[in-house]
Design a protein around this ligand. Structure first.
Ligand code: NDP
Length: 493
């Protein structure tokens, strides 16, 4: 990873005049579009290629806007909004609302969602056009360090040369290799099903699994969630994971920890699902939410010298430069932190480095994220378990678990939890997490504070907004526990 960065004119490509473009971007997703636009703003002549877009079909995974806009974050969040109304209708009763029979029209939501995606696809195309970027429809293949061949659907192939090439082809859903796996869908299809499932079985317990469990449950489906670990969301703070599990159950999702699926069989009544515990269930939809793989197929990378790592991701240095000096890569295809805003950051840093005359490394410290289950989980910085491994001295843990004010009237039995992890020596807050309503909206501001190096004392001296859940972050005065870092054990105060 610590290869020398290429500075234009040193030992790499020169004389941009001899190329069709200064930059050729393969893949118009979050990272690619950002890099194309910001490079053009620095005066580069830029082209970007992307497969054509079909708003309803999941067969062709193309479309300007990429996974986030077309079949990821945006449509998913629209469905989360749709699903969240169920709880709101329930909660409204004790606030005096008499809503009568509530019906949900999936087709209407689907049409509105598709219309919004088509609109955003157009917005992204206009953004590119207004930045002076040439959009080419087709599949890109790298032929040599300065040439890309673009194949259109009709078979036409055109060759373009560029001083630099940027790979921003993202990732795609992967399926686990069990018998009958072709009967399962992935999130690509899950976003555009003809009907809401009556009984959905989900394999996995990462972001996509718990988000779709909440979506389908909110829309009235019976949902069974199967996963290998004792708790969902491996990698997040254990205390938060336990609360997410409790909340999912509280919302009616049936959890099956430490259970895998072993076989899917098509029957007249649906898909028969066999578990590794020997149980059998019948479902109309089985979703594999078992991770994503970098999208490198057909790019001809290894032939031109672009190395991949063991996970199949493009190897890059701190400046997103691959093992071929004129070829860079950003976003999920590099498998660093696979989140849209991170791909945007990497795209911006790329253009500053290559065309802005200011070598800039992406900064992966304090990247906040959110899981849009209902209620959501959001975190920034270290979990308690990560802090235990990484911190040099003791860490201080402050937690607050409470019944949100709204629940006191609605009667919903669902607690909100917040946690701050503090370096005992410096008093700096090194991790924050929350599971509860509006957690992602609250965490964005907390992320700014952590990035600025805020101390617990500064949190405590900040005046709260009352009454709000967010104010708990500045009123956690009582230490929950002091923990000796380096796995040396715990000291409960
Ligand atoms: P994740 O990597 O988050 O989770 C994968 C899940 O699948 C884990 O629970 C994992 O279990 C399980 N799994 C993997 N292999 C197997 C197997 N062979 N058998 C059984 N279970 C298996 O992947 P997702 O698909 O949920 O999401 C992909 C990526 O997309 C995320 O990492 C994230 O970067 C991004 N994303 C972000 C969102 C957001 O920001 N809100 C929303 C959706 C996606 P185990 O833990 O046991 O390994």
């Amino acid at each position: 990873m610590a290869r020398k960065m290429l500075i234009d004119g040193e030992d790499g490509p020169k004389e941009s005049e001899k190329y069709d473009f200064d930059l050729f971007v393969i893949g118009a997703g979050s990272g690619g579009v950002r890099a194309a636009r910001t490079s053009a703003a620095f005066g580069a002549k830029v082209a970007i290629c992307e497969l054509p877009f079909s708003p309803v079909s999941s067969e062709n995974l193309g479309g300007v806007g990429g996974t986030c806009v077309i079949r990821g974050c945006v449509p998913k969040k629209i469905l989360v909004y749709g699903a969240s109304f169920r709880g709101e209708f329930e909660d409204s009763r004790n606030f005096g609302w008499e809503t009568g029979e509530v019906n949900f029209n999936w087709k209407k939501l689907l049409e509105n969602k598709t219309r919004e995606i088509v609109r955003l696809n157009g917005v992204y195309k206009r953004l590119l056009a207004n930045s002076g970027v040439t959009l080419l429809e087709g599949k890109g293949k790298i032929v040599d360090p300065h040439q890309v061949e673009v194949a259109q659907n009709d078979g036409t192939k055109t060759m373009y040369s560029a001083k630099y090439i940027l790979i921003g082809t993202g990732s795609r859903a992967s399926r686990v290799p069990i018998s009958g796996k072709e009967l399962a869908i992935t999130s690509d299809e899950a976003l555009s099903l003809d009907e809401v499932p009556k009984h959905a079985i989900i394999l996995g317990a990462g972001y996509i699994a718990v988000e779709f469990a909440s979506i389908w449950r909110g829309m009235g489906a019976t949902v069974d969630l199967f996963y290998r670990k004792d708790l969902p969301l491996r990698g997040f703070d254990d205390e938060m994971r336990a609360v997410v599990a409790k909340n999912l159950e509280g919302r009616g999702i049936r959890l099956h920890p430490e259970t895998n699926l072993s076989e899917l069989v098509k029957t007249e009544n649906g898909i028969k699902v066999r578990t590794d515990h020997g149980d059998e269930l019948l479902a109309d939809v089985v979703l594999f939410a078992t991770g994503r793989k970098p999208n490198t197929e057909g790019l001809n990378l290894e032939a031109v010298g672009v190395q991949l790592d063991n996970a199949g991701a493009v190897k890059v240095n701190e400046y997103s430069q691959t093992t071929v000096p004129s070829i860079y890569a950003v976003g999920d295809v590099t498998n660093r932190i696979n989140l849209t805003p991170v791909a945007l950051m990497e795209g911006t840093c790329f253009s500053k480095t290559v065309f802005g005359g200011k070598p800039t490394m992406p900064d992966y410290k304090f990247v906040p994220c959110a899981v849009f289950c209902v209620p959501p989980l959001s975190v920034v910085g270290l979990s308690e378990q990560e802090a235990l491994k990484q911190a040099n001295g003791d860490i201080l843990v402050f937690t607050s678990t409470f019944n949100p004010m709204k629940n006191t009237i609605s009667g919903r039995q669902e607690r909100t939890i917040m946690k701050l992890v503090v370096d005992a020596e410096t008093d700096k807050v090194i991790g924050a997490s929350m599971c509860g309503p509006d957690a992602p909206e609250i965490m964005q501001g907390i992320a700014v504070a952590l990035k600025c190096g805020a101390t617990k004392e500064q949190f405590d001296s900040t005046v709260g907004i009352h009454p709000s859940a967010a104010e708990e972050f500045v009123t956690m005065r009582t230490l929950t526990r002091r923990v000796a870092a380096g796995g040396k054990g715990k000291t409960n105060l």
